[in-house]
Design a protein around this ligand. Structure first.
Ligand code: NDP
Ligand code: 2IT
Length: 453
């Protein structure tokens, strides 16, 4: 770390104690930016970094709700409105018991750069609650979502802040949240993305993050004149991103052999085919069951329970060429990264946000593998949210082909910009620097243009 980065990080840690994920996300970005700041003293003078790491606004609120037995509960709700230099705040909502201010700040911070890379006019934000949808009835989830929106509605709007889904927030939750917003405001607007297809949603939005992460991997492989066809792939998670990652891998003739949830992972050497994926989608999206059922149903597949005493995740210890971490932050640590490299993995496309620790990322960069950081590789989800906003504004709906082509072109452009930027700043092949610098420059220039606000 150079002196400027060390001083800045000391300040970030003192000012934001107990937020290790936020420190990690900021450190990764400012290390990349050292390459830019020497060439652009105006950003230092304009205190752009100091301003970009400070949320424009943080909203924290009480969410009281009642369960089916009549018992009362109180959760904590959040919305981080991080940066609006290039458009309305945009980013998902996460409902998970681990949610806290630091995790949402890291996500909102990453979102700013990711959204800038999409080429669409979206600022960055993130929100959520420490509510656990697991084991709750649909009525309980509805009452929670309604209580959450009863406060959030006064802070969002189609030109102000447009939330969407993330962990624990899918089609069901978006429906309940949108319904309450509409009732409170008496307005039918594009205030949320990921809506149902009959009420303003965009085709391909559910698929977009997973498809985009696979398109990004394909673009990285093209730089070595290779393709995904025939490659063996490790995928973690079994939610929205993981499911559509596997879907696209199957279409392209690659073989996904793993999936996971918080209880453990399955390994299926024969590969997850269409029939098996349909089972996983029904299991996770309708029956809300556990991934171990996959190994009960399909012969030859094994289930390994999660073991918190282990210092690594055995999912990442199988022979493969590609890895698509698609569950959560810091799911690949230094040991996992070493295992992946030892097993022959040379393509990592991050569907999840910040799934690799800093030590893990450094190993990938040193090994010069094709490493697509989340900000770039998983930007297809929010990019298609941007396309949903555009369709809502025009009050029209595009076809699947139209949206998928736009998504593909956006992912290709993101890859090309990251690749070119990494080269321009003297670190060819380093998509981390490419993504951080390209995203930063767009937002920083807008901030400079708009004065001290
Ligand atoms: P889902 O809620 O649909 O699925 C999350 C999956 O990850 C589940 O299988 C879940 O298992 C697992 N998981 C979550 N937290 C943990 C944990 N702490 N330990 C182990 N497993 C865990 O979420 P998404 O698929 O939407 O999101 C996955 C990742 O992708 C997140 O990092 C998210 O921020 C990122 N992302 C999502 C986008 C989107 O459009 N949805 C866009 C860009 C990034 P279990 O059910 O047991 O909790
Ligand atoms: O992390 C992300 O980019 C998302 N969860 C999607 C955000 C969005 O607004 O579609």
């Amino acid at each position: 770390m150079n002196d400027h980065v060390s001083a800045l990080m000391a300040d970030v840690k003192a000012k934001n104690p107990s937020e290790p994920e936020f420190h990690q996300a900021v450190q990764e970005v400012v290390e990349s930016l050292s390459l830019v700041l020497d060439q652009h003293p105006e950003y230092r003078k304009g205190k752009i970094i100091e301003r970009i790491i400070e949320p424009e606004r943080v909203i924290m609120f009480r969410v009281p709700w009642q369960d089916d037995q009549g018992e009362l509960h109180v959760n904590r709700g959040f919305r981080i409105q991080m940066n609006s230099a290039i458009g309305p705040y945009k980013g998902g909502l996460r409902f998970h018991p681990s949610v806290n201010l630091g995790i949402l700040k890291f996500l909102a911070f990453e979102q700013v750069f990711k959204n800038a890379l999409t080429t669409l006019p979206m600022g960055g934000g993130k929100g959520g609650a420490d509510f656990d949808p697991k084991g709750k009835s649909d009525s309980e989830v509805m009452r929670f979502c309604q209580a959450f929106m009863c406060e959030l509605f006064r802070h969002i709007g189609p030109d102000t802040d447009v939330p969407a889904g993330d962990i624990g927030v899918g089609a069901r939750e978006i429906g309940f949240l949108f319904g309450m917003y509409k009732r409170l405001k008496n307005e039918f607007t594009g205030v949320m993305t990921g809506k149902g297809l009959t009420w303003g949603g965009s085709v391909i939005r559910p698929e977009a993050t997973g498809y985009g992460a696979v398109y990004f991997a394909g673009e990285m492989l093209k730089t070595r004149k290779e393709e995904l066809k025939g490659k063996t792939c490790l995928v973690s998670g079994s939610g929205n991103v993981a499911q559509y990652t596997v879907d696209k891998l199957i279409s392209l003739g690659a073989k996904a052999v793993t999936l996971s949830d918080s209880t453990g992972y399955i390994y299926d050497e024969a590969g997850i085919n269409r029939e098996k994926l349909a089972f996983v989608m029904d299991l996770k999206n309708n029956r809300r069951g556990r991934i171990s059922e996959y190994a009960d149903k399909f012969k030859g597949a094994t289930f390994t329970p999660a073991d918190p005493a282990l210092d690594h995740n055995p999912l990442w210890d199988h022979k493969a060429e590609c890895a698509f971490p698609s569950a959560t932050q810091n799911e690949i640590n230094a040991k996992d990264a070493a295992n992946l490299l030892r097993n022959g993995v040379y393509v990592v496309s991050e569907g999840a946000n910040m799934p690799t620790t800093i030590d893990g990322v450094n190993q990938f960069l040193e090994a010069k593998i094709l490493f697509g950081p989340g900000k770039a590789a998983n930007a297809g989800g929010v990019a298609t949210s941007g396309l949903e906003m555009a369709q809502n504004s025009m009050r029209i709906s595009w076809t699947r082909e139209e949206v998928d082509t736009r998504l593909f072109n956006i992912m290709r452009t993101i890859h090309e910009v990251c690749h070119r930027t990494a080269e321009k700043y003297g670190t060819p092949g380093n998509y981390v620097n490419g993504a951080n610098i390209a995203g930063f420059l767009k937002v920083a220039n807008a901030m400079m243009d708009q004065g001290l606000v």
